[in-house]
Design a protein around this ligand. Sequence first.
Ligand code: ADE
Length: 309
Amino acid sequence: MGPIGPASGRTGSDAVSILTLFAILTLFPEAVEAYASEGILRVAQEKGKIGIECIDFRDFTRDRHRSVDDRPFGGGPGMLLRPEPIAEAVAWLEARHGAFRRIALCPAGQPFHQRRAEEYADEERILLLCGRYEGFDARLLDELAFEELSIGDYVLAGGELAALAVTEAVARLLPGVLGDERSAAEDSFGASGGELDCPHYTRPRVWRGREVPPVLLSGDHAAIERWRRTTARERTLRNRPDLAGNDAGPARTDVSISRPADAGSPRPAHSGSPRPAHSGSPRPAHSGSPRPAHPTPNTRDPHGTRGSH
Ligand code: ADE
């Protein structure tokens, strides 16, 4: 399997239209790639629905030690990510693809939820910047107009898991990614509004003395629908009383249904400028062969300054 990174793009007759290109800026590209090479993200890439590029922003350092972090002014524990390598990585990336929606993952960000995933699913290009250490130099976020995003009220060691959570939540909303388009629409927080999904059952009909609710075997679709609504409501009250009574729920855009599966369909970029489709490598996921190392500055030499320092 080739690297997900910059060297892997295909062009010419191989070009495919990708609905959303995710660029993940991280110090741990191989960890991110490992997850992105399995399951739904792998399939979505193979189908050419999404592209995922993992970029190690350490490759954009200019000093001998390739340092990405430094001590905070004013004192305090830990280290902060310096702005320059990240800004250079973003410039390099956007010069190749065009503007991205820029998102910095950090626990102090705005909360991520299904409604936001639906909003992101309309983007052609999403850049996910993974924090490490104590976070970023605040000037970077201001200067590059990053929106800050958190996946929950807990602190992880970095933004990689958060970036993958966002990528997966968005990817599964894109048309043609899930086997059955209804799956996304019927999720918790889905078309039914702000409620949780109802419980589900499969075979065997009796397991450890517990029977599948008879209504589900009745063939009475109206009754099944009523049962599902009732149990969804009960589950919401039990597990997430904060969501109950939220009849309007998160605004649904039903992107997974309304967006044409035709990847060539025009979609407004957040920049407002029409963009050619990404010529992409639907990344061959699992070849079984050992993956070459992620491109390093020595292979990519983003500054063209190899050996000059
Ligand atoms: N990085 C560390 N913790 C995080 C969180 N909860 N959400 C997003 N990024 C993070």
